[in-house]
Design a protein around this ligand. Structure first.
Ligand code: DGL
Length: 267
């Protein structure tokens, strides 16, 4: 039966687990299949065509499991491939993620958007900036080193702090109020981003919105799972390193800076 089918969550690697956590917290009784394309990560420096091809191929493979929805928990893959995915899989609801720039801009004077190069250069993101309703200053900075840090199982804390301090040097005289975590890997590095900036900021990401939208789509189509027990979460990766599964579970259990949305009544 379709309502008992799994929800697929896809990312270039482990970052999408930051979105998976929100999905599970809103819909604990659903079954989730998380797939990270870690053997092809990072997607950020690749061309839009390459990212689109990799994403279509991964979702083609996952579509054989008959998911009732697919969440593209990757800003880079969403920007490069959402239209192509919707055209190729018209029978599956596909939900993408885009940087939460409007939310941050509505609450701040100066916003730092951290994302991948692929996202920042993409037409959908540039259109998002064009249509912003705000007086806030928006500064966009690609931060591929954070993806490398997270995919490398977050071992080199000193290395990432040095990288971020250098990355933020041009912002020395520009005190930002908010940071948009515009790549799903970045919530896992919020502590080092905060430390490298050296002053408190508010963090924004779109993970709760994506989870809420996914839940609404399933409710409207009558496809929520009727089971009352907790569902199961299965992790899969295109990389065959067995240790990566332990790391996936570690990330799944990690607290994130936007956790409070759950209690702030946003859902
Ligand atoms: N997690 C991805 C995103 O949200 C991209 C990371 C990468 O593979 O470069 O954009």
């Amino acid at each position: 039966m379709k309502n008992q089918a799994p929800i697929v969550v896809f990312d270039s690697g482990f970052g999408g687990i930051s979105v998976l956590k929100r999905l599970v917290s809103i819909m604990p009784n659903e079954d989730f299949l998380y797939y990270g394309d870690s053997s092809n990560a990072p997607y950020g420096p690749r061309t839009q065509e390459e990212v689109c091809k990799l994403t279509l191929s991964a979702i083609g493979f996952l579509a054989d499991r008959n998911p009732k929805a697919v969440v593209i928990a990757c800003n880079t893959a969403t920007a490069a491939s959402l239209d192509a995915l919707e055209a190729k899989f018209p029978h599956i609801p596909i939900i993408g993620i885009r940087p939460a720039v409007q939310q941050a801009a509505s609450a701040s004077h100066r916003v730092l958007v951290l994302a991948t190069q692929g996202t920042i250069q993409s037409t959908p993101f540039q259109n998002q900036l064009k249509h912003l309703v705000t007086d806030a200053e928006i500064i966009c900075t690609p931060a591929p080193g954070i993806v490398t840090y997270v995919e490398g199982t977050m071992k080199d804390r000193e290395g990432i702090l040095n990288y971020l301090r250098n990355l933020f040097l041009p912002l020395k005289d520009k005190h930002v109020d908010s940071v948009v975590l515009g790549c799903t890997h970045f919530p896992f590095a919020a502590d080092v981003i905060q430390e490298a900036l050296g002053y408190p900021v508010s963090f924004f990401d779109a993970s709760w919105d994506v989870a809420k939208t996914t839940c609404q789509i399933l409710e409207q189509s009558g496809n929520r799972n009727p089971q009352t027990e907790p569902g199961c979460v299965t992790f899969m990766s295109s990389s065959d390193d067995p240790q990566l599964m332990d790391f996936a579970r570690f990330l799944f259990n990690k607290n994130l800076p936007t956790d409070e949305y759950a209690t702030a009544g946003a859902i």
